[in-house]
Design a protein around this ligand. Structure first.
Ligand code: NAD
Length: 500
């Protein structure tokens, strides 16, 4: 398929918050943080950080929209029409949004085009879920009818990471607002450009003011002010496990429920019984897709001993041929990492690996071609065992760690020997092997003989330290709505008349 690269778009010179249906003026005083292009290392824009007072204004706007505004009270068909209009407007701006995301995040165009489609689809899908949600009635107790209704929960603080800003911010917002909630969204301070534009476009599509407010800034300033604000009713967070832990602690002090989508160190298990050509393609896609910066990366590749040498050799050969380059070039397979500090962190794991006795198979260095930008060579190491830090810690880059195993029991034990439990991949054409894995693997998703396939109808989230809760039709409905039981007597109730 030929892909036409998006045309260059306008970048606003200063990205501000968007509160109560309008942007904060670009010349408002405030602390600025440079927004940098990871491909050229040039400054693209400035992000004006929202301080605690501005976060307070955003929460108040969301509160007003929830407590007094039309959104939670609107007929579901009218709300759905607006969400469909949001979908259509986002699709109309797909080229602009894709360009901004490639520029700011450095993700290859192929990933970004998929994220842009997902962003629009998220709003459509959860609009449908909200419009078909229903309550319950109980009439078994004679003389009474009990009606259980679902009501929106209130104002959400919604925090998103930098590795797929449009797909993940939209997911967080789309699971929340269709049920009648309002929110304050804080994207990552590294990647505000596409999400700021997404929020503007949502308002151009007819979203009422205050339903989605945007605040930009660092986690320690803007994010913390949002999570600790007493005016929010719940927190939806996608990001790292350490941050999730801090956010859950803050929210817990205020007794606010949290939904957390966190990190992973997922096993990609290749059995001798697999179709090895497909497994090889799947292993490469699993770790190098999205520049390796994905929570669901298959970053621990477990290969059965009988096929390990040849499989790893071929993986390394293919890794060396991967095309690094401008993310806007459709031929690019891996772009730059998102920011300098992240590139340095990923590269530091080459030394970590050596110190733990792992063998560097390829890469482990900053790329010399392209000469500019935060590119690293696709990297693979062979770990001595699953205790090595490269097997235990999320590296979040194009950095594959191989391990070998002998038996099915070994594979399952190693896969489960992790504090994470987000996803696992299994490659085998032997049904009993596949079934044992799907039954015994402790992870929120098991992909069998396929790379990532996101089924929006199914819940997505992690076991163990990979998260709390699930994104999905029923699970998001449960998290973002309150249940109310209304008990109505059919005939007047006989009552004891105290003091009569
Ligand atoms: P991060 O945890 O550093 O930051 C995520 C967001 O939290 C950012 O917006 C950041 O500004 C904010 N933040 C940081 N400290 C905060 C605080 N104290 N209070 C409030 N907000 C705060 O994560 P990241 O580096 O942006 O993203 C990468 C991580 O996200 C990886 O661990 C990855 O696995 C995870 N992730 C998980 C999923 C999933 O669905 N499970 C999806 C994508 C990414």
């Amino acid at each position: 398929m030929t892909v036409t690269p998006p045309r260059p778009q306008k970048i606003s010179p200063r990205v501000t918050s968007f509160i109560d249906g309008a942007p904060i003026p670009a010349d408002a005083p405030g602390h600025d943080i440079p927004v940098v292009d990871p491909t050229t290392e040039e400054t693209l824009s400035q992000l004006r950080e929202a301080d605690a007072a501005e976060v307070d204004a955003a929460v108040r706007s969301a509160r007003r929209a929830f407590d007094e505004g039309p959104w939670p009270r609107m007929d579901i068909n009218a709300r759905k029409d607006i969400l469909y209009s949001v979908r259509d407007h986002l699709r109309k701006h797909a080229e602009e949004l894709a360009w901004l995301e490639c520029k700011n995040v450095g993700l290859p165009l192929s990933s970004v085009l998929w994220h842009v489609q997902r962003m629009a689809r998220n709003f459509e899908f959860f609009a449908e879920v909200a419009s078909t949600a229903h309550g319950e009635t109980y009439s078994q107790t004679s003389g009474f009818l009990t009606v259980v209704t679902r009501e929106p929960k209130g104002v959400a603080g919604v925090i998103a990471p930098w590795n797929a800003p449009l797909a993940l911010s939209s997911m967080r917002v789309a699971t929340c607002i269709p049920f009648g909630n309002t929110c304050v969204l804080k994207p990552s301070e590294y990647t505000p450009l596409s999400v700021s534009r997404m929020v503007e476009v949502m308002h151009e599509a007819g979203l009422p003011p205050g339903v989605v407010n945007l605040v930009n800034g660092r986690g320690s300033v803007t994010g913390d002010a949002l999570v600790s604000h007493p005016g929010i009713d719940m927190v939806g967070f996608t990001g790292g496990t350490a941050t999730g832990r801090a956010i859950a602690a803050t929210a817990g002090r205020n007794l606010k429920p949290v939904a957390l989508e966190l990190g992973g160190k997922s096993a990609n298990i290749i059995f001798e019984s697999a179709d090895l050509e497909r497994a090889l393609d799947g292993a490469l896609a699993g770790i190098y897709g999205n520049n390796g910066q994905q929570c669901l990366a298959g970053s621990r590749i477990l290969v059965q001993r009988g096929i390990a040498d040849r499989f790893i050799e071929r993986f390394v050969e293919r890794s060396r041929n991967i095309r690094l380059g401008d993310p806007l070039d459709p031929a690019t397979e891996i772009g730059p990492l998102c920011f300098r500090g992240h590139m340095e962190r990923v590269l530091s794991y080459a030394d970590v690996a050596r110190a733990d006795g792992a063998r560097l198979l390829t890469g482990g260095r900053r790329a010399t071609e392209p000469a500019r930008g935060w590119f690293i060579e696709p990297t693979a190491v062979l770990a001595p065992d699953n205790d090595a830090r490269v097997c235990r810690e999320e590296i979040f880059g194009p950095f594959a760690t191989f391990l070998t195993f002998d038996t099915l029991d070994d594979a399952i034990r190693i896969a489960n020997d992790s504090r994470f439990g987000l996803v696992n991949y299994v490659w085998s054409d032997d049904l009993p092997t596949v079934m044992r894995c799907t039954r015994e693997i402790r992870a929120g998703t098991v992909w069998v003989n396929t790379p990532l396939m996101r089924e929006l109808r199914a819940p997505f989230g992690g076991f163990k330290e990979s998260g709390i809760g699930r994104d999905g039709p029923q699970t998001s409905l449960d998290f973002f709505t309150e249940l109310k039981s209304t008990i109505i007597p059919i005939d007047p109730v006989k009552m004891h008349r105290y003091g009569a």
